[in-house]
Design a protein around this ligand. Structure first.
Ligand code: PEP
Ligand code: MG
Length: 860
């Protein structure tokens, strides 16, 4: 087995595609070396060494020692230096490098190979004793910390003492003698702490560092980071051992980072920073002000420090050539690190550069125009999720953040606000101009006003199609759902995660794209496209119609829920008719407005599908409200509410079952729809082809009964209004039985719409409201790859859809079919829908642009 891969001097064993084996850093070092870029020579111990290391109780495969020795000899040959040599010593860096970037989570050792002999040689060759002893003392400190596990504070104290002795404040004011003495002090301390001498043997140092990097894969920081970023533990890290080059050997040295294009706006400008006479960490640490690469950037930033183009014009030109070479080779914008040692340029890293959504768009378009990539490549490169960034505020990528928990990314966008635990409190504070974040265990229609008033919503229970998630998406509010690690104590008005406690009024930030819950306020950057959204915007975004009008959602608002409750709790038909009359007026108004806006485009209105528990009043105050509105005794309302309680409301008296029991509800809704169509027509607008959709159908009889009610109502309205209009009656397919019976249903149904939220729930036997609590564990254990409520389960639910499409179209040729579950906004699911021949997808307004892009990609 090859455990070690070499790179350097225009050749490499590895390639960029081998990230799984070599890690991101190792794979790209190999790639750069093989295309002839000046990469300091080195070798990579593969991620398989890491996985074996953990399988075999922290021991290495037997062949490893020999392979490392050979690779080291190659590095010596390529660099012309010798490891541990007293005249021309090779020094090494040892760094981690996993498949996915895990910045700062694992360990690194630099300047490895220094000891009392090699340091003298380094001093002589560089002509700079101070530099040599500074490198040495940094090495002893880093190695002691990372490999020997000695507290850094010991070394910090000794450094402080050295500065006091010299009477200076800054590290760089210490002279060579001070540093030499400091190294001796450091080593004495090491002996005290571990009862052994600091290892002088470079080979012992090397194996110590390699072991420390592999061990750091399992440190707490790395574990937490992996959990938060869904990185499997089984991946392991690679270790990169590479010849050191120094950017801090004098004024002909420098180090820097750059993007081959501007990562914030995508402009085709070389964009980066560097520091003369410095090491990489100095650029990141932000102690000194870095200088710009180009004259253009220096001028536009009004900096008075000279640019690289001015300080080292030859090197700058070389770097520009490499920039070109990298982009032509990788065909994408790159993020690079480089070092200049005594006027010679070295490339230390390259990777695909992170960029804003705006830049991603610009770069894709530019690269297509430049002929670097094809138009379809450009289109495919735009992750549909990126569009979300254009529509919602996002976290400032430069900001520091303390993530305390992670939930499901239920509705995109970032939001920060003072934590409140009730909808009423949210409204109260919002009225006073405060920004609030509503935190609930779960939400119900009673919380709508709170969701509306809040900047965003966090729930500790519930999945991607739970009430909070669906409603927040519809309103364009960021939402993190089902963050199970968060404990909410309503009575004490506080929440806690582990040892962190957050009181009402303290600030939290949520990121609805990653699901992160963050302590304090993280600055956000505004969306690139802003303005009034909602249905009108969906149309602006290019929606071709409305695939699902959830009529029950029209009753969430304010006083309307009382009318709805009155209807549900009505003791008899007469009572119900009074409440329905009130609802009819509201429905007609709303639907008229929809038809008018959509201007002749198809609008599919679904008959009521209230999961009853979302509408039954729970508190005494709510029941009293209903009793008052209905003019009935409170006791009666109480009794009726108790009667309607269900053990499994999601499988209960909902969907068409409600209209089967109370056909007058169906009749009222059909009337509202048809009267609205007539009203729009009479006002001179385009008369819509109303589509009436029956939810949660399992049998043909259910559909036949309700279709007849709709048809009768249509005939009545046409007669009353003295006008004819076309309409269609169709059904949702959201139960496995309906999929299997699709052939029969198609005899009556004029269209199908797949309700994949319920279809997933019923096929998987997974509750939409509760699955969020344990699905993350299923994902972590690799049982499911994706939350099936987010990305369609193609093997199971998808098979049922295929069956239904086929049986439905066999019975009714060319039948219109679409999907209206939340999957309609998910790119992978959209691709599947295209494949099985659905005609359209439907999703919340804010996801329309994402869906349109995904649909275009699916069609390619
Ligand atoms: C569905 O079940 O997929 C659906 C669209 O209906 P709802 O989410 O309203 O139950
Ligand atoms: Mg449904």
């Amino acid at each position: 087995v090859q455990w070690v891969y070499n790179f350097g001097a225009g050749a490499a064993d590895g390639r960029a595609e081998m990230k799984n084996l070599l890690g991101g850093k190792g794979a790209n070092l190999a790639e750069m070396a093989s295309i002839g870029l000046p990469v300091p020579p080195g070798f990579t111990l593969t991620t398989e060494v890491c996985t074996r290391f953990y399988e075999d109780k922290c021991t290495y495969p037997t062949e490893l020692k020999g392979q490392v020795a050979k690779a080291l000899a190659r590095v010596e040959e390529r660099s012309g230096q010798k490891f541990g040599d007293a005249t021309n010593p090779l020094l090494l860096s040892v760094r981690s490098g996993a498949r996915a970037s895990m910045p700062g989570m694992m360990d690194t050792v630099l300047n490895l190979g220094l000891n009392d002999w090699t340091v003298a040689a380094l001093a002589k060759r560089s002509g700079d004793r101070r530099f040599a002893y500074d490198s040495y003392r940094r090495f002893v400190q880093m190695y002691s910390d990372v490999v020997l596990g000695i507290e850094l504070s010991h070394f910090e104290k000794l450094l402080e003492r050295a500065k006091q002795r010299r009477g200076v404040k800054q590290d760089h004011e210490l002279v060579a003698e001070d540093l030499e003495k400091l190294v001796m002090d450091y080593k004495a301390r090491v002996h005290v702490e571990i009862g052994m001498d600091f290892p002088e043997d470079p080979h012992e140092q090397l194996w110590g560092a390699v072991g420390a990097v592999f061990n750091s894969w399992m440190n707490q920081r790395a574990k937490t980071y992996r959990q938060l970023h869904d990185i499997p533990e089984s991946w392991g890290t690679a270790v990169n051992v590479q010849a050191m080059v120094f950017g801090n050997m004098g004024s002909d040295c420098a180090t820097g980072v750059a993007f081959t294009r501007n990562p914030s706006n995508g402009a085709n400008d070389f964009y980066g920073e560097f520091l003369v006479n410095a090491q990489g960490e100095d650029v990141v640490a932000g102690i000194r002000t870095p200088q710009e690469l180009t004259i253009k950037a220096r001028k536009s930033h009004g900096s008075d420090l000279p640019s690289l183009e001015e300080v080292m014009p030859n090197i700058f030109r070389e770097l520009c050539t490499m920039r070109q070479q990298l982009e032509t080779h990788y065909k994408d914008m790159q993020d690079i690190e480089f070092t200049i040692q005594q006027n010679k340029l070295y490339m230390l890293q390259t990777r695909t550069g992170k960029r804003t959504a705006h830049a991603a768009l610009q770069i894709a378009v530019d690269m297509a125009n430049e002929g670097l990539i094809s138009k379809s490549q450009a289109l495919m490169r735009l992750k549909p999720e990126l569009i979300d960034q254009l529509l919602h505020p996002t976290l400032d990528p430069k900001a520091k953040k303390q993530v305390i928990a992670k939930g499901l990314p239920a509705s995109p966008g970032a939001a920060a606000g003072k934590v409140v635990f009730s909808a009423d409190e949210a409204v109260r504070r919002a009225k006073d101009g405060e920004k609030v974040l509503l935190v609930r265990i779960e939400t119900s229609p009673d919380d709508i006003h709170g969701l509306h008033a809040a900047e965003g919503v966090l729930t500790t229970r519930g999945g991607m199609t739970s009430h909070a998630a669906v409603v927040a998406r519809g309103m364009g509010r960021p939402c993190v759902a089902g963050a199970g690690a968060v404990q909410v104590d309503y009575a004490a008005a506080r929440l806690s995660v582990g040892s962190v406690t957050v009181q009402e009024g303290q600030i939290l930030t949520i990121d609805g794209v990653t699901g992160e819950v963050i302590l304090g306020e993280v600055p956000t950057v505004p969306p690139q496209l802003s303005g009034a959204f909602g249905i009108i915007m969906a149309k602006e975004f290019g929606a071709q119609g409305i695939g699902l009008v959830r009529t029950e959602h029209m009753f969430f608002d304010g006083g309307r829920i009382i009318a709805m409750r009155r209807m549900i709790l009505a003791a008899d038909e007469a009572d119900r008719k009074v409440a329905l009359e009130e609802l009819l007026t509201m429905q007609r108004e709303d639907i008229t407005e929809l038809f008018r806006i959509m201007d002749g485009r198809p609008v599919t209105v679904r008959l009521l599908d209230p999961p009853l528990h979302e509408f039954i009043p729970h508190t005494e105050a709510e029941m009293a409200q209903v009793a008052k509105a209905a003019g009935v005794p409170l006791n009666r309302v109480r009794r009726r509410a108790a009667e309607l309680q269900e053990a499994n409301p999601m499988l209960g008296h909902r969907g068409c079952r409600l209209a089967i029991t109370y056909p007058e509800i169906c009749e009222m809704q059909a009337r509202a729809i048809f009267e609205a169509a007539a009203a729009v027509g009479k006002a001179g607008g385009a008369v819509p082809v109303a589509e009436v959709m029956v939810p949660l159908v399992a049998t043909l009889q259910e559909l036949s009964i309700l279709k007849e009610v709709v048809e009768k109502t249509a005939a009545a309205v046409q007669k009353e209004q003295g006008m004819n209009f076309t309409y269609r009656v169709g059904t949702m397919i959201e139960l496995p039985r309906a999929c299997l019976q699709a052939g029969k249903l198609a005899e009556q149904a004029e269209f199908f719409s797949f309700g994949t939220n319920d279809l997933t729930q019923t096929t998987y036997g997974l509750s939409r409201d509760d699955a969020g609590a344990f699905l993350p564990e299923y994902k972590a254990k690799g049982i499911v790859e994706q939350d099936p409520f987010v990305s369609l389960d193609q093997e199971g639910v998808g098979e049922l859809i295929k069956v239904a499409v086929e049986r439905g179209r066999t019975a009714r040729d060319g039948m219109k079919m679409g999907i209206c579950g939340e999957h309609g906004g998910d790119p992978a699911s959209i691709e599947f829908c295209n494949k099985v021949g659905l005609d359209y997808v439907s999703c919340s307004p804010f996801r329309v642009p994402v869906a349109r892009l995904a649909a275009a990609q699916a069609a390619l």
